[in-house]
Design a protein around this ligand. Sequence first.
Ligand code: ATP
Length: 216
Amino acid sequence: MLTALFGGTFDPIHYGHLRPALALAKEVGLNNISLLPNRIPAHKPQPEATAEQRLAMLKLAISDYSLFSIDTRELEPQLINQPSFTVDTLRAWRDQNGPQSGLAFIIGQDSLLNLPTWKEWQKLLDYCHLLICQRPGYPQTTDDLQSWINQHQTKDSQALHHYPNGYIYFANTPLESISATEIRLNIDNQQCCEKLLPSKVWHYIHEHGIYNSKKS
Ligand code: ATP
């Protein structure tokens, strides 16, 4: 069985996360995708919603989909002051599950382009496959990454099931022009963005006054 983790800040979760992940699961044959919220993102500004609020929104967002579950390991209390480094999380998963278990880590195209800034990024494939979702506005690769990608890319989704780690796979997922930044800005400017995220999440945001600087 191939375990799939989809890491992110999810501040908030939106259809730009959910729709590509649903399509990816069909394309690759994934039975489950575990959303992996970080407490302190290592490579971007700190979230506006608390970890508890982001987790609550994840729970609401996945309540209508059997594909998704949530992995809270990066929210554990002992990590309260530490940035979540993906390589450490994947290494811990591998220690728990052994070398033969299949693991895939899902990222968007923008995260792929940022990869060289991640801690020990070249070790990621020692622990998992990387599944890349398309994201509008981002090129497929950069000169820095091209030779690394050439060494590890597979176009055969079955290879992801036959080997526990080591491949990069570019998925043919739908282009969703949605970002959490845009949603936060829209909410702060009193603009409706109900179509960009599940309505249960939208209502939670309003009930709790999140992303609304004028209210807090
Ligand atoms: P922000 O706008 O706050 O930077 P975000 O919308 O990029 O947030 P994250 O929670 O940081 O959301 O993203 C988690 C993962 O989901 C990342 O790997 C990111 O590349 C991917 N992702 C986010 N939005 C999209 C999208 N619209 N299409 C494809 N991948 C996406």
